[in-house]
Structures are given as C-alpha cells and as structure tokens.
Design a protein around this ligand. Structure first.
Ligand code: FAD
Length: 534
C-alpha cells in the first residue's frame, strides 16, 4: 500500500490559507490538467493524475461533494438490481472496486448485511417471492465478487430474520435471504480522495467556479475562474481540461463550445432519515416501494436509519434539489407497511435529502432502466467529459479518464513517460487508526465515532482536541461529535463555512433533528478562531 507523501503525525494542512495560496498559484502556473468538479468523479481524476506525477488543478464551484456525491444511498455495492438488466460487467467491476476500497479505506467501506424478506404474497417481497430466481441472482452476485468477496449469501429462517429486524411484518414471512455489500459516508469519501490528491501535489479549491473558456488553435487554452470567496476572477492555463461536473456537465460543455448539449437526463432520488429506534433493524433491509415495481433500502447509518430511494425524471433547478411532501409520504408509507409495529408517520422524519443522478440520456427508457455505466466524451472543443457512473466505481472511472488525458499529453510531448495509475494501492485517510492511540478519556461513543469517521487520522483529531476544553466538549449532547472536528475540518479539510462542517465534514446536519442549528454558533466561533490564527 502506498501511503500519502507526508507522515502520519503531520498531515498536510488544507485550510482557508492553503486555498488562498492555491488560488494564487492557479493564476500563475501552467497545469498539465485542470479538473472541473469536486464530486467523487473529479476528486478521483485529480488523485489518479496527481499520483502519476502530473501538475493538476481541481476546481469546485461550491463545496467539495456538495452535488450528488453527498446525497447518495451511501452504498459501495455491486448493485444486485443490475443483474436483472444483464449488466454483469458493471456488477463485476463494482464488486472489484468494493474489494479495492475495503483495502485502501476500510473505515469508508464497511461490510453490512442486507436482508431480502420473502413472503408468501408476492407484493410483500421486495424482489418478488420467486425464491429460486433470487437464489440464482445472489449466487451469481457472489460468483462475480470472486475470491475477494466480503461474505456469501445465505438463507435466514423466519425467526432469525425477525431477530435482526424485530419490527418487520411477520405475517406471511417465510424467511429472508441475507447478502453482503458495503456502507460508506459519501461526502467523507470525496473529502478523503481530495485530501489525498492534494497530498500528491494537486492544487485544489472549493468555491471556485468555472465561468468560461479561452480557445486557441490547439483546443482550450485557459479557463476563466470566479473565486467566490476572494471575489476576483482569474485565468487558469492547462494543457488538458476534464469536465467532471455530473448533472452540470452539459452546461460546462456548452461553455466550452457555445452549443446546447442534451446528454444528461437528471433523475432525482430522495431519502428520509428516522431515529434507529423506530424500525430497530440491525441489518439493512430491502422493502417494496408502495405502488411501484421497485424496492427501497432501509439502512442503519450513523445511529439513524436512512430509507430510500426514488428514481424520477427531473427538470427543475440543478442546484440544491429537495424532497417533496408526496415523495416523503410514499417512503414513509412503504416503511410503515413493511414495519407495521413501528407505526411510522411523517412526524418521525428527522431529515430528508435529495440528489440528482447524472444519467446518460438514451431515448424513452424509464430512468430506472438506464445503465449506470459512465461514458467519456472527447469533445470537439478539446474538453474531456465524463458523465454517469456510480460512487462505487469512482477509482476505475478516474483511471479510464486519466488514460485519455495521458495519451493526449504524450501526443503533444513526444511520448513523454508518465506513470501508470497507482490508485488501487493508495491508502486514503492514512488507513486504519493505530491501536496504541491514547483515547484521552473520551467516552466509547465518541472514540468509535472518531475512528469510524477519520480512519488513520483519528489521532490527529485527538491532537486538535488537546488544544482546549472547548474542543473536547460534545457539539450536541446526544451526538458523539466534538468541537475539535470543526477545527480539524477548517485546518485539514478546507471547510470554509459552518454548512461545510455540518453538512459534509461531520454530517451533523443530516442526523440531528435540528439540522445542527443548536451548535452552529459554537462551530462558527471555533472556525473563526482557527481561520484567523493562520
Ligand atoms: P457530483 O457529485 O454532482 O459532482 C459534480 C460537481 O461539479 C458538483 O460538486 C458541482 O458543484 C461541480 N460543478 C458544476 N459546475 C461547475 C463549474 N462550472 N465549475 C466548478 N465546479 C462545478 N452510487 C453508488 O455507487 N452507490 C449508491 O448507493 C448510490 N446511491 C445513489 C442515490 C441517489 C439518490 C443518487 C442521485 C445517486 C446515487 N449513486 C450511488 C450515484 C452516485 O452518487 C453518483 O454517480 C456520483 O455521486 C456522481 O458524482 P459526480 O462527481 O459525477 O457528480
């Protein structure tokens, strides 16, 4: 495994100061590659290329992961559903990526058991009650995972299933299939990939919007960037430009050539979050979506339960989509039917989030039937655009785009030697927390939370906490998060404002019923102090 090119005890700072320095360099240096988009796709491309030794700039118009990449179902999975569409290659690649991420960032790819309850009545079983067909699908899923499988599927008796999910409807329940996939924290995965890219020398900036391009006979010669923090605009020069802007990619392609592009068909998916006590499932459970021929995941996540998702064409503003009341009602109803003893109502919903899938338009297929495979377009303007794909396949997608970038650079530079992709061996977040770490008397909830959230950088957060009593204190009484995390986010993760910390670095805005408003003042104070101390 390749560690980041700095030592464990002194991770590179990635602060508002670093950002200002990066912006200065972006305006003055010439880059091999400019990557537009700080979601998982752009983050992966920046890491792949920087770790091959290329000079890379990454630009994100809002905060890193503020687009689709913080709004997914948080699964690193093969996608059992894609087997029905005969997407065997996509499933096999995804399962392989699941195995790679389990090695490079174990705390961001944690095995989780999924129950598929089987009822005598077809409409109560999420994937139909055909036990044979399902068993064959799960057998194939295990087969495609190969020797690196994280656990084989099995049949679970009715009693055992009701132990794992006590509030699941027992009426007509025959038992359940159990299979394994992995759970992540999507926004933190993006942040860790970006931090690692930065450690390999990529210059990264959030709140830096690409507004336009300059063209030369050779293609695109420069990008026009608006620094949304500093309030100035500047030009960034790069040999190759990658457009990794997800649902915005048509818009960015249009900036490069003045044409209207219609490659992307955004599809909205929402999730709801409820307290874990409501449904009490210890494993993830698949349930039917009320009145639809599809299923929902009920996923235990950070001490809460996340339920979703939907899949519907979307034509409103791409910025900050939200869940509508009828979408929330449908999910609540579906969960209330599947878990009747929970008596779940909309009053139980702690929070919701909505994301837009950057699906590639393929005529009139229903959105759920459109392939989740990515596509790469080498545009006439010179832009290399990557769209579609999944969170799970970020590393392999990045490798494929990077190969095209490398080929282009080599064509221009007499086949200059450029390293092959290293990313399957690069540890994210410094790997696992070290065993000997002193826990400084924190309670076990906080210790577990910090280890699961920060992986090998757990000790760095503890070091920050030692700086003052305020940093050791919990931010909200019933959550394990501590003040040090706000400072850590500002010092090492380029969090620029309170929302960056609450929504994407700590996820408090998702799992707290008050969306973290009760601690927003403290977070702001800690960040101000940190940002002014330089
Ligand atoms: P984004 O994350 O949207 O990133 C694009 C970025 O580009 C944005 O941050 C945006 O601000 C920036 N940008 C746009 N325009 C500009 C500009 N002009 N200048 C600078 N920056 C710009 N996949 C899985 O593997 N597992 C799952 O469980 C899963 N669940 C999902 C559930 C839902 C509801 C949805 C919607 C998707 C899910 N996916 C899942 C798919 C996965 O989340 C996406 O494929 C992935 O996050 C897309 O990442 P991206 O980087 O391409 O796009």
């Amino acid at each position: 495994m390749i560690n980041q090119p700095h030592t464990f005890n002194s991770p590179a700072e990635l602060s508002s100061w670093t950002r200002a320095i990066n912006i200065g360099k972006m305006a003055n240096e010439v880059f091999d590659v400019a990557v537009i988009g700080g979601g998982i796709t752009g983050a992966g491309v920046a890491l792949d290329l920087a770790s091959r030794g290329l000079h890379v700039a990454l630009l994100e118009k809002d905060d890193f992961a503020s687009g689709t990449s913080s709004r997914s179902s948080k699964l690193i999975h093969g996608g059992l559903r894609y087997l029905e569409q005969f997407e065997f290659r996509l499933v096999r690649e995804s399962l392989n990526e699941r195995a790679v991420l389990s090695q490079t960032a174990p705390h961001l790819c944690k095995p989780l058991e999924f129950l598929v309850p089987i009822y005598s009545l077809n409409e109560k079983s999420p994937l139909g009650s055909n036990r044979l067909k399902l068993a064959a699908g799960l057998w194939l899923y295990d087969l495609l995972a190969g020797r690196k499988n994280i656990g084989r599927h099995k049949w679970i008796s009715r009693d055992e299933a009701l132990k794992l999910a006590p509030r699941l409807s027992g009426e007509g329940l025959r038992g359940a299939f159990g299979y394994f996939d992995c759970l992540t924290d999507d926004a933190r995965l993006v942040i860790e990939v970006i931090k690692t890219a930065s450690a390999f020398g990529a210059l990264v900036a959030n709140y830096a919007r690409v507004r336009g391009f300059h063209r030369s006979s050779d293609g695109l010669s420069a990008l026009e960037i608006e620094d949304r923090i500093g309030g100035l605009s500047f030009e960034l020069r790069a040999s190759v430009v990658v457009n990794a802007t997800g649902v915005w990619s048509d818009e960015v392609s249009g900036l490069s050539d003045g044409q209207i592009h219609r490659r992307i068909r955004p599809s909205k998916g929402i999730h709801i979050i409820v307290a874990a006590e409501r449904l009490q499932n210890q494993t993830a459970v698949l349930i039917p979506s009320a009145g639809e021929d599809r299923f929902l995941f009920v996923i235990p996540w950070k001490g809460r339960t996340v339920i979703g998702t939907t899949d519907a064409d979307y034509s409103e503003s791409l910025d900050d989509p939200s869940a509508k009341a009828e979408e929330v009602n449908r999910i609540v109803q579906s969960a209330a039917v599947a878990f009747p003893d929970s008596k779940l109502t909309t009053a139980d919903v702690i929070g919701t989030f909505a994301g837009l899938r950057p699906l590639i338009s393929t005529g009139d297929k229903a959105t759920k039937e459109i392939s989740r495979k990515e596509e790469i377009f080498e545009e006439e303007s010179g832009l290399i655009t990557i769209s579609g794909g999944k969170l799970t396949t970020w590393r392999r997608m990045a490798e494929q785009v990077s190969e095209r970038v490398v080929r282009r650079l080599q064509n221009r530079n007499n086949n200059a030697k450029i390293r092959k992709s290293q990313t399957s061996h690069i540890a994210l977040a410094n790997g696992q927390p070290s065993r000997e770490e002193n826990d400084y008397g924190f309670d076990s909830d906080t210790v577990n939370h910090l280890k699961e959230t920060y992986g090998g950088n757990y000790g760095v957060v503890l070091e920050v906490a030692r700086e003052s009593e305020m940093l050791k204190a919990r931010l909200i009484d019933d959550l394990p998060h501590i003040g040090a995390e706000a400072v850590y986010a500002a010092r090492y993760e380029m969090a620029m404002n309170v929302d960056d910390v609450l929504a994407r670095r700590t996820r408090i805005a998702l799992i707290d019923a008050g969306q973290g408003q009760s601690c927003a003042g403290v977070v702001e104070e800690l960040m101000k102090k940190e940002m002014s101390s330089g």
